[in-house]
Design a binder for this molecule. Structure first.
Ligand code: HEC
Length: 114
């Protein structure tokens, strides 16, 4: 799958060594609200660019932000809202940059639903 490859490439590019399997993923002790994930790239981008409004768990709702754990948007809709923004949500496309980064964030947003 293209997405899987791109995430693997991204991880490799950033020299993250936590992509090899579940056992190597360590739960963070500082950020207890962060769920264990293999999508370190998406998680990092989310923490840096989205958590101030959405919260690490997606439920914060600052500045009227949507509860992402309750979101039902599909991939194309997520990509559109995240890239171009919607109402009070700023378009994050220029900040996230590459399509790969946007895909990693889209995947991470879906993980918040679990
Ligand atoms: C400045 C605050 C802010 C930041 C930063 C922000 N958002 Fe949002 N987000 C919002 C607001 C406000 C809404 C509700 C928009 C609306 O009312 O249409 C929203 C809505 C969304 C939705 C739509 C959810 C749904 O089910 O309708 C998604 C997905 C989303 N944000 C993802 C992200 C991601 C991913 C990032 C980081 C790349 C991010 N947001 C950064 C404020 C923010």
């Amino acid at each position: 799958m293209v997405l899987r490859n791109s995430i693997a490439t991204l991880c490799a590019a950033l020299l993250l060594n936590a992509c090899s399997g579940e056992n190597s993923v360590k739960e963070s002790t500082k950020e207890e609200t962060l769920a264990p994930t293999e999508n370190k790239v998406g998680q990092k981008l989310f923490t840096e660019n989205c958590a101030q409004c959405h919260g690490n768990d997606g439920k914060l709702g600052a500045s009227g932000a949507s509860d992402l754990s309750a979101s039902v948007l599909d991939d194309p809709e997520l990509t559109k809202v995240i890239t171009k923004g919607r109402n009070a949500m700023p378009g994050m496309g220029p900040i996230l940059g590459k399509k790969k980064s946007i895909n990693a964030v889209v995947d991470y947003v879906k993980e918040l639903r679990k």
